[in-house]
Design a protein around this ligand. Structure first.
Ligand SMILES: *[C@@H]1O[C@H](CO)[C@@H](O)[C@H](O)[C@H]1NC(C)=O
Ligand SMILES: *[C@@H]1O[C@H](CO)[C@@H](O)[C@H](O)[C@H]1NC(C)=O
Length: 235
């Protein structure tokens, strides 16, 4: 073959190759779905994630429950104080209604009153049962709770030293089986309803007595908790 012909062939081959390359690029572009590059990258990444994580990440539930509450219920979690510095906490519908962060927790008995119809907090207060004579004000507070309200009670540190008989009577009248068993620094949590009945079978009360020989925090009892779901008012 003469050199000139070789050259022409080379040029022809080059043009043919270019057309082929362009055409295959064009085909690819047509075949790839019309999505922005970033989301295509995302889906590739999420596919990669799915390959790595065989189980889906657990979803965080209201009030840090393990399983979610059914629809039309309120989630709650009551935690007593533990040791000297772990403050009591009350969570309702995923909102901290009593706790250190909300600045409304203290030594003694901590109480929150919630409107059962709306789920809105009506009042919160703590009553020092060690340093002051607060049984009277606490009894008034409890008795002042309107009908159709939920009452949540948790101890922090000591809730018994100056808890008098009238106060115990008022709390027992709301269904507490343990209030009369309170001792120095017993941990106690209690949920009750005023003006209606809570369904049987939901966690309502727990107590643990301080025992210097066994306590997790020497002189202070361990935190205890109850949690669950309160069915909302049928509408
Ligand atoms: C609770 O909420 C309902 C509905 O808004 C209202 O009618 C009722 O008066 C409230 N109760 C209290 C004690 O605020
Ligand atoms: C209750 O307190 C005792 C020590 O007084 C402890 O051994 C026990 O584990 C506590 N129970 C709970 C549920 O915290």
């Amino acid at each position: 073959m003469r050199p000139r012909a070789t050259c022409t062939l080379k040029v022809l081959f080059f043009i043919l190759a270019s057309v082929c390359a362009w055409y295959s690029g064009y085909l690819l572009a047509e075949l790839i779905p019309d999505v922005p590059l970033s989301s295509a990258a995302d889906s590739i990444r999420s596919f990669g994630d799915r390959l790595v994580l065989t189980a889906p990440t657990p979803k965080r539930q209201k009030c840090d429950h393990w399983t979610s509450c059914p629809p039309n219920t309120y989630a709650y979690r009551l935690l007593s104080g533990g040791g000297r510095n772990k403050y009591a906490k009350i969570c309702f519908e995923d909102k901290l209604i009593i706790g250190e962060k909300t600045g409304n927790v203290g030594r003694g008995i901590n109480i929150a009153i919630v409107n059962y119809t709306t789920g809105k907090v009506i009042a919160t207060q703590y009553f020092d049962m060690y340093g002051g004579d607060n049984s009277g004000p606490m009894t008034k507070f409890i008795e002042g709770a309107p009908a159709k309200s939920l009452l949540f009670m948790v101890t922090h540190d000591d809730g018994s030293s100056r808890l008098n008989d009238d106060a115990k009577k008022a709390i027992a009248a709301l269904g507490s089986k343990e209030i009369r068993n309170m001792k120095f620094r017993s941990s106690w949590v209690f949920l009750t309803a005023k003006g209606f009945e809570l369904p049987a079978g939901i966690q309502r009360e727990k107590i643990n007595h301080s025992d210097n020989a066994k306590n997790r925090y020497s002189g202070w009892p361990a935190e205890i908790q109850i949690e669950g779901c309160v069915p909302r008012e049928a509408s």
